[in-house]
Design a binder for this molecule. Structure first.
Ligand code: SF4
Length: 248
């Protein structure tokens, strides 16, 4: 996707906050690959912030406890907007990622059997941030069930280069011993309060929300990561207004 075109689309999406809230429909056109390109660019920018956050933590003698094969954060339910899901589905559709795609599709049924309909129930609580307290409670209850994200294979994220923004915001400090839901009294990891990253994330979520509302007919309806990517890859359950895998 042409970078100048993407910048222009982002500028237009940011011109009116109502596009992000869903109060007003974006009057222009955003193609699915443009929405995916916007998410991709935001992911890249977030990498710079997290790298700097990690550097500062180490410089201030605050050890980062995150490491390979630690899956604590991957047992939290990840809910995404359509642009991020499109980025992942697009990436998995490349020939070089065929094995990762096949592994995800093969493992999806187990994830769904373990999770049931809880992911959709929890995702529905995020619409317009109507009930943050109920969402937080449901999120922690789900995390305590220790259901690993279907993209996590043997401890590693199989979509690491295109993982969602929320997965890039995890940094446990000191120790990871409380990063798992079956540890007495544990709660999901608290993010390091690093203002440049937090400020960027607020902006990025607003842009993603506006792009989502422009590309989807279902404003503000975010979906569980595994479910929406599965749908995009298999085309099952896509309706006429939701981008299908043929649009990738
Ligand atoms: S997408 Fe990757 S990093 Fe995010 S929860 Fe799933 S396996 Fe973990």
């Amino acid at each position: 996707v042409d970078r100048q075109r993407l910048l222009s689309v982002v500028e237009q999406l940011c011109a009116d906050l109502d596009y992000a809230t869903g109060a007003r429909k974006f009057p222009g056109t955003v193609a699915p690959d443009e929405a995916a390109g916007i998410a991709d660019a935001l992911h890249d920018e977030m990498e710079g912030h997290t790298a700097e956050r990690a550097r500062l933590a180490v410089a201030n003698s605050v050890p980062i406890a995150c490491g390979r094969a630690c899956t604590g954060c991957c047992e939290e339910l990840v809910i995404v907007s359509l642009p991020e899901a499109l980025t992942i589905a697009h990436w998995l559709s490349r020939p070089e990622n065929a094995e990762r795609r096949a592994a995800f599709l093969a493992g999806y049924a187990s994830w769904r059997a373990a999770a049931g309909d809880a992911p959709e129930t929890i995702a529905a609580l995020t619409v317009r941030n109507q009930d943050r307290a109920r969402y937080a409670e449901a999120h922690v209850a789900y995390w305590r069930r220790r259901i690993l994200c279907a993209f996590n294979l043997n401890g590693d994220c199989s979509i690491y280069p295109v993982r969602p923004l929320v997965c890039r915001d995890a940094h446990a400090v000191g120790s990871n011993e409380r990063c798992f839901g079956d540890h007495p009294g544990s709660v999901p990891a608290v993010r390091i309060q690093y203002e440049p990253a937090m400020g960027f994330l607020r902006h990025a979520h607003m842009v993603l929300q506006a792009a989502h509302n422009a590309v989807s007919d279902e404003a503000n309806r975010h979906e569980p990561l595994c479910a929406v990517v599965y749908r995009l890859l298999t085309n099952g359950g896509c309706d006429s207004t939701t981008p299908t895998s043929s649009a990738l």
